[in-house]
Design a protein around this ligand. Structure first.
Ligand SMILES: Cc1cc2nc3c(=O)[nH]c(=O)nc-3n(C[C@H](O)[C@H](O)[C@H](O)COP(=O)(O)OP(=O)(O)OC[C@H]3O[C@@H](n4cnc5c(N)ncnc54)[C@H](O)[C@@H]3O)c2cc1C
Ligand code: SF4
Length: 331
């Protein structure tokens, strides 16, 4: 590991000033992703600015009736918060579906949003990879891609985004707040991650040097009946091969409101707006759920070894929405 500087920030302006406009400096959250990448040489920062002592770890009511989650709240605190569990169960389930108890105790909300892809070529500095070393190529397209993207990928990169939390946040219309030397800003989660295009190395719309300060959830009553379902290759401690964040409100047998976001299948959390549009006002039955999933997945461009994800996501949509509709009937 090469030498690096370490500074602990105590307030938000101080953190932003310490990082400055140095492209080789990084904020350090729990370090559960960044430090791993430093050990393998994927990340080679000259300076780490530790943000864990910033006063950003609270989860509290937001103006307008939503919830404000501080960027340095741990994943464990987020999952356990009574208001998150009661009002946004899909978010608690998404956080708990990720990593392990020890990792969730360390990992922060801000760091979770900015964790890097788990593509094996990206993690191996002896391999070409357009995301890590722009212009070197994408060996995954002709090589190992059974767990790569079927939606929103490009000829430059077919990696998936690994976060479970971000999938639930996309379905919930969460808004990310940040601070820069020029002042604060906000980005809806659905616009936070950039389309992959020709520049897979550019992952988010955050301005350079921005410190994520928090995430705000709107009130979203439909989220009270919601679910996060993750499919993975072993029962725990594994990233998604496909996941679904879903919320459903049914009235007199028809869908009154629905939220759907896919994880593990796209370069970013994939808000399934085509399916949502088709479902709204339609009968809440398995046939309609399947037709909506098919319409969303019509945009899929699978590679030879990840075609199974199209069927997997269709089945997930039908199974989870059928469960949620059944719970609505049982009320
Ligand atoms: C074995 C293992 C399994 C895992 N499984 C899953 C899983 O199944 N699902 C899942 O979702 N996650 C999983 N994770 C990922 C884990 O959730 C992330 O490592 C973690 O959320 C990152 O948070 P952190 O605070 O440790 O970030 P760090 O590692 O500290 O930082 C990650 C990135 O975010 C930046 N950053 C951190 N905080 C801020 C901030 N406030 N503002 C701006 N930039 C910031 C850093 O500079 C860095 O670029 C797994 C991790 C491991 C090691
Ligand atoms: S899929 Fe993306 S991250 Fe993986 S090798 Fe290709 S360019 Fe790199």
């Amino acid at each position: 590991m090469r030498e690096f500087g370490y500074q602990r920030a105590h307030d938000v302006p101080g953190a932003v000033a310490l990082l400055g406009d140095d492209p080789d400096a990084r904020f350090l959250g729990g370090g559960t992703n960044l430090v791993d990448l430093m050990k393998t040489g994927v990340e080679r920062p000259a300076l780490l600015v530790d943000v864990r002592e910033l006063p950003l770890d609270r989860i509290e009511p937001a103006e307008g009736g939503g919830l404000r989650i501080g960027a340095t709240a741990t994943n464990s605190d987020l999952a356990a918060h009574p208001e998150v569990r009661r009002r946004y169960p899909m978010l608690t389930q998404a956080v708990l579906a990720g990593a392990s108890g020890q990792l969730r105790n360390m990992a922060t909300v801000g760091g979770n949003l900015l964790q890097r892809t788990r593509c094996g070529y990206f993690a191996d500095v002896t391999q070409p990879c357009n995301k890590r070393a722009p212009g070197t190529g994408c060996p995954a397209i002709e090589g190992e891609h059974h767990n790569h993207a079927i939606l929103g990928a490009s000829e430059a990169c077919v990696a998936t985004h690994p976060s479970d939390t971000a999938v639930a946040l996309a379905a919930l219309d969460a808004v990310v707040s940040y601070e820069t030397a020029d002042g604060p800003g906000e980005l809806p989660l659905t616009q936070f991650y950039l389309p992959v295009g020709d520049t897979p190395n550019l992952e988010t719309a955050l301005p350079a040097g921005a410190l994520i300060t928090g995430v705000t959830l709107p009130p979203t009553p439909v989220a009270a009946r919601s679910r996060y379902r993750k499919v993975r290759e072993r029962a725990s401690y594994a990233f998604a091969i496909g996941s679904l964040a879903a919320a459903l409100d049914v009235h007199e047998g028809a869908v009154r409101e629905v939220r759907l976001a896919f994880g593990g299948v796209a370069s970013r959390p994939w808000r399934a707006r085509t399916a949502e549009r088709l479902l709204t006002g339609a009968p809440a039955d398995a046939e309609t759920f399947a037709a909506a999933a098919d319409a969303e997945l019509a945009a899929a461009e699978p590679l030879p070894h990840n075609r199974y994800k199209v069927t997997l996501m269709r089945n997930l949509v039908v199974a989870v929405l059928t469960e949620l509709a059944g719970e609505a009937d049982a009320r």
